[in-house]
Design a protein around this ligand. Structure first.
Ligand SMILES: Cc1cc2nc3c(=O)[nH]c(=O)nc-3n(C[C@H](O)[C@H](O)[C@H](O)COP(=O)(O)OP(=O)(O)OC[C@H]3O[C@@H](n4cnc5c(N)ncnc54)[C@H](O)[C@@H]3O)c2cc1C
Length: 398
């Protein structure tokens, strides 16, 4: 029996590191990249290292949803799994939840941890996999996990059809907005609550910069600020995918002026300086899920000799669910913990395994859907705070 993990991004690596200590489950890990170079800073949720239900539900936006969606016994099992994670991996998780950290440092530390462990049990292959390659290598009883990210290799193949694969047929997408994600480092400790977000945007009528502020994980005196500015679909179309502060100033002066006002107010308060340049990407903020996160439909369909009728296939990370507002990796890690626990269990039938993962992923989808809609709704209200009639239009009380 072999576990094949396709995609060694943060989620594929996490799954591999979680499964590595299970001796009877050798892992083959495939990725097309040979180096980890993505410099984006990411934020991980403290619930990943929670040791009690209270700390797991501490998030002010979705603490109540967690209680409504999950049974207490499910939450207990999740917490027990966390306690069983190998100390080397647990130490990394604890470090990452302290603040923003570079995505490539998460990827490199996981990759190094996997390579350094002994006995090792992980075989790594650098290759661009195709769906056909993945199907061909799958022997009866093997486990296949697709962790290839938002453009998932296998998502569209999980539903049996007439042989033709329809792109997007297995994906539900909700577009929340178009946004600029603007990032900078600030050379002083700085914190920002909702009052601060309001006050620092008070003269920004059109473009409000809504920051997510935290220390960086390695240095408490440097604050990492990543924020979102809502833009129109037309503005989105007219911009390159990445640019800097200078491009912003010359081409979208309205946003640049809002940023200047925001940053000047931070400086007035804490007397620090911006370290380096503003980094800006423009992205559509989409929330999506795979309708089928496993090959359960192949088992329930007509008998066939297709490899997906004999072995479990799972989507993990951005392959299964994608969400904006800095929560996707945490969600991917959370689902990895569940999946690693499930795959390692010996007394579960194939169908039971797939059904349990589908249900779990659906619950995580409900959680992230509600959390994301709540964030978007709060942002919309915030942007109309100075215009009571526009605010009332967005309330829809009953
Ligand atoms: C601007 C920006 C800011 C973000 N900030 C945050 C944040 O603060 N917090 C957060 O949680 N998330 C954040 N995210 C989202 C986060 O980066 C993703 O959710 C995360 O990278 C998904 O991890 P993954 O392992 O599922 O997929 P990926 O990171 O996409 O990894 C997929 C891997 O599969 C490999 N692969 C793909 N296809 C193949 C193939 N055919 N054969 C072999 N290998 C293949 C790729 O090389 C890659 O290594 C942000 C995203 C953006 C764009």
């Amino acid at each position: 029996m072999q576990v094949h993990v396709v995609g060694a991004g943060p989620v594929g690596l996490m799954l591999t590191a979680l499964l590595q200590p299970v001796e009877r489950l050798p892992v083959r890990l495939y990725d097309k990249r040979r180096e980890y170079t993505r410099t984006r800073m990411v934020q991980l949720a403290p619930y990943l290292v929670a040791d009690s239900i209270e700390s797991y539900r501490a998030d002010p936006i979705d603490g109540d949803s967690v209680e409504a969606i999950f049974d207490p016994s499910e939450l207990d099992r999740g917490l027990a799994f966390r306690q069983s994670i190998a100390p080397d991996l647990r130490a990394l998780l604890r470090d990452w939840v302290l603040g923003f950290c570079p995505l490539n440092s998460i990827e490199r530390s996981l990759s190094d941890l996997i390579d350094a462990r002994s006995p090792n049990g992980v075989e790594r292959t650098a290759a661009v996999m195709t769906a056909e390659d993945a199907m061909a290598m799958l022997q009866p009883g093997d486990v296949l996990i697709d962790a290839t990210g938002s453009r998932s290799l296998l998502r569209d193949h999980l539903v049996p059809g007439s042989g033709k694969v329809t792109e997007g047929a297995n994906t539900v997408t909700v577009r929340l907005e178009y946004a600029l994600v603007i990032t900078f480092l600030y050379g002083q400790p700085y914190d920002c609550n909702e009052h601060c977000k309001y006050y620092k945007n008070i003269e920004n009528a059109r473009y409000k910069f809504i920051p997510m502020v935290q220390r960086t994980h390695y240095d408490g005196s440097v604050s990492h600020v990543t924020g979102i500015v809502n833009i129109s679909a037309e503005e989105y179309e007219a911009m390159p995918s990445h640019f800097d502060g200078e491009w912003l100033r010359s081409n979208v002066p309205g946003v640049a002026e809002s940023m200047d006002r925001f940053i000047d107010k931070i400086k007035d308060e804490t007397h620090g300086e911006i370290l380096g340049e503003l980094e800006i990407v423009r992205i559509p903020l989409d929330l999506y899920r795979a309708r089928n996160a496993t090959n359960l439909q192949w088992l329930e369909g007509r008998p066939s000799d297709h490899p997906f009728t004999r072995s479990p296939v799972f989507l993990a990370g951005d392959s299964a669910i994608g969400s904006p507002y800095f929560q996707s990796i945490s969600l991917g890690f959370e689902c990895s913990m569940f999946l690693a626990g499930l795959v390692a269990q010996q007394d579960v039938t194939l169908r039971e395994m797939l059904e349990r993962y589908e249900l779990y992923i659906y619950k995580q989808w409900l959680r992230v859907y509600m959390r994301s809609k709540m964030i978007k709704h709060n942002k919309d209200l915030f942007e109309s705070l100075d215009d009571p009639l526009a605010l009332l239009d967005k309330l829809h009380i009953y």
